[in-house]
Design a protein around this ligand. Structure first.
Ligand code: NAP
Length: 408
């Protein structure tokens, strides 16, 4: 590892989120300075255009296709860390994970595809352990704010109460920002797979489906599936689209850290829609909209209509203005077994899915390259909270526009 040319390589640099990430790295870390990094992707012409767009003619680039394992191995051998934005990961991501575990290269990405993460763990965890590659999925809006948000709350609870909270609820108080083509393509792909695969549907219904083998948690988890009143916050709630992945990552983090949140730990996420009749109607509307999208994506004719006319295409996403005016505000309430409560919040500037996600992913990559020593965290499949914890919280606060605070 010591002799590798780069600290990190951004694979999929020309994706919608990859371009934002490269701009962030240029602004935050420069090129050819202390942090040695390169861009990579399948198209030399597109990579060249990106260099011109960034105004960084000397930025090194590597051409590699997501299907070409020899090319991916060669790319991995040049760097300590690969950041990948090439998705849907369930369609394009496996050869790169394989190349990273074969070459002992650290890796982080933006997948939120539960079924694919599980497959990667089952297929490659042993090899990652022996080669020393640290693989960290879900380093974007799903699931860093949730995973580190719970980690932060539990640390505060342990300081205050001498014990963690046995239940934490996360509520999206406010968020603004659009979806990109890549994210929608990933959502449609998982819905399509689930429609024809009962085993996958069963896996997607299990909140512990990403917990490591031998974990002891089995406590039935709360789950906001429709419009519901929340007495803690005095508002109506609707289901939150990212909850299925975030909940599983939080439970995996608990297990990988040796269950510091307890074996009976309860966790759920939902969106606040407001007070009174207006809040209730909004909650009903979001529930119906989400149900309609899932139903539409599950069957071929409506899926075709959604892909062709309704949702953004791969490579498309929110405008720079909408990224800039975007933000999110997540509230967490924790409760100990004897009823003591603690409230915290995590906020981010920029739209959650792209502007903020790109910064989180970049900092996760830098954190892997610089902060997390192999002697502290060995090879294997980690989660953001279990591998990064405090170091990433500090980086995100200092560099990436996130806040982690108590609400007293
Ligand atoms: N977790 C989160 O919060 C979060 C947020 C945003 C995005 N995401 C995920 O991140 C991924 C990227 O999103 P996006 O909107 O930026 O996607 P996008 O713009 O559609 O980009 C997809 C990228 O994949 C590349 N690609 C496709 N096939 C390839 C191949 N055979 N070899 C090499 N590269 C290949 C494309 O290369 P070309 O440029 O050459 O076409 C492009 O760079 C998606 O999976 C999305 O779900 C997650």
């Amino acid at each position: 590892m010591e002799h590798r040319e780069y600290d990190l390589v951004v694979f999929g640099a020309t994706s919608f989120v990859g371009k934002i990430l490269c701009r962030y790295l240029v602004d935050q870390y420069g090129t050819g300075a202390d942090l040695k990094w390169a861009i990579a992707g399948r198209s030399e012409a597109k990579l060249g255009a990106l260099k011109r767009e960034l105004g960084e003619a000397a930025l090194p680039m590597i051409v590699a296709d997501a299907d070409d394992i020899a090319g991916l191995n060669a790319m991995c051998l040049q760097t300590r860390v690969v950041i990948s934005t090439v998705g849907p990961y369930a369609l394009f991501g496996e050869p790169l994970v394989q190349a990273c575990v074969q070459t002992g290269t650290d890796y982080c990405d933006l997948t939120g595809e539960v079924q694919w993460i599980r497959q990667m763990i089952v297929r490659y965890e042993d090899q990652a352990r022996s080669s020393g590659a640290r693989i960290v999925h879900c380093c974007g809006f799903d699931s860093i704010p949730s995973d580190l948000g719970v980690w932060f709350l539990q640390n505060e609870a342990t300081k205050d109460f001498g014990e963690p909270c046995n239940q934490v609820r996360m509520r999206v108080k406010a968020a603004r920002g659009g979806l990109s083509g890549g994210t929608v393509a990933s959502l449609i792909n998982v819905t399509k797979e689930a429609a024809s695969n009962p085993q996958l549907r069963k896996e997607l219904a299990n909140p512990f489906s990403l917990a490591p083998a031998g974990h002891k948690s089995s406590k039935r988890q709360p789950n906001v599936k429709g419009a519901q009143y929340d007495p803690d916050f005095g508002v109506w709630l609707a289901p939150f689209m990212m909850a299925p992945i975030n909940v599983r990552i939080v439970h995996r983090s608990n297990a990988l850290q040796g269950t510091p949140y307890g074996q009976e730990f309860l966790y759920d996420e939902a969106m606040m829609t407001g007070k009174g009749l207006k809040g209730r109607l909004a909650a009903l509307g979001i529930t119906a909209g989400l149900g309609g999208f899932i139903a539409g994506a599950a069957i071929k004719p409506t899926r075709w209509i959604l892909e062709r006319f309704v949702v953004p295409k791969p490579g498309e996403g929110p405008s720079p203005e909408s990224q800039k005016s975007g933000f999110y505000d997540l509230r967490f309430i924790g409760q100990t077994a004897d009823g003591r409560t603690l409230r915290t919040k995590v906020t981010g500037d920029r739209d959650p899915g792209y502007g903020s996600t790109a910064k989180m992913l970049g900092e996760a990559g830098v954190c892997l390259a610089r902060d997390v020593r192999n002697t502290d965290r060995a090879g294997g499949f980690w989660t953001p909270a279990s591998i990064f914890g405090e170091t990433l919280v500090e980086r995100l606060k200092t560099n990436a526009g996130l806040t982690f605070d108590r609400i007293d």
